[in-house]
Design a protein around this ligand. Sequence first.
Ligand SMILES: [Zn+2]
Ligand SMILES: [Zn+2]
Length: 344
Amino acid sequence: MMRALVLEKPGRPPVLAVKETPIPSPGPGEVLVEVEACGFCHHDLLVMAGVLRRGVKPGVILGHEISGTVVQPGEGVTTIATGDRVVSLLTNACGRCERCRSGREHRCIYGEGIGHGRDGGFAEYVALSEFSLVKLPEDVDLTGAALLACPMGVALQAVQNVAEVRPRETTVVTGAGGGLGVHGLQMAAALGSRVLAVTTSEDKLGRFASLGAEEILHTDELDFSEMILALTEDEGAEVVFDTVGSVLFSSSWRSLAQFGRLVLLGEVAGKAVELNLAEIIFRDARILGSSGVSRAVIEQVVDMVSQGQVAPVVGGAMPLEEAATAFDLLTGRSIFGRLVLTGR
Ligand SMILES: [Zn+2]
Ligand SMILES: [Zn+2]
């Protein structure tokens, strides 16, 4: 038997309990992973709060940001062995379909969302397909490794593959102290971009120094675009990496330069926005959405962390029993980086 976090009743706050459940047995092509850490994502918070329901398996064990050690390979496993240290993809991918073979395994035709459509990592053990795991070198810390796919890979994919940030372009990062923001700003800086970080939380200010942002803009007001224009000689920023969504949209939009790319990663409020379409045309602008991360990009993050170009920012590690406290901390946006829950 193992301990697993169970969502007994969604809500604010949710009813959570740690229960003894059977250790999953790995099927053909799957391996059993002993969980070291599992990041507490905004996605998990939305499911716990009862806001996100679609596609969620009843009674599912949440958590898709999983690092750990392989303890038991199932039948027919060839690429992963006992003792391997691994980080999971976000989707349990088959490895054989046309999308998996063309580098889009995060959109696997047979894929199930880990910690969503199938059991995830808020437990002592998890069974996943061998294709859904990326091996880690010895020099990568196993707790921090939980963040290498989401949020770090998700951030790199958005900055590099979707927004196509180029060296010396200016990137604005909103919600810069959050899990996506703090890694998005590191990724943009690592790609040679000048980063302007926007945060509403004053107590996080001192913690940005070493992460590569040129300016930290602390603002309680929703409109930070005046500050961005002042810092860019009224040109605006080539890229806005937005993790907050509709409440900041008008300001994010006004911060954007000619030929600018606004990449959207998070929507906190779920509200409609107002936009004059002519402005997109005359600004030659692009508004882009980005979610998920491919295996190749996760492997790139592993290399970047191994070489010290970027680092996971773990805002705290708590046992499964303290998940309710973690929920409150996340709701209050008082975490810098990403909180992880530990299986042991
Ligand atoms: Zn996540
Ligand atoms: Zn597939």
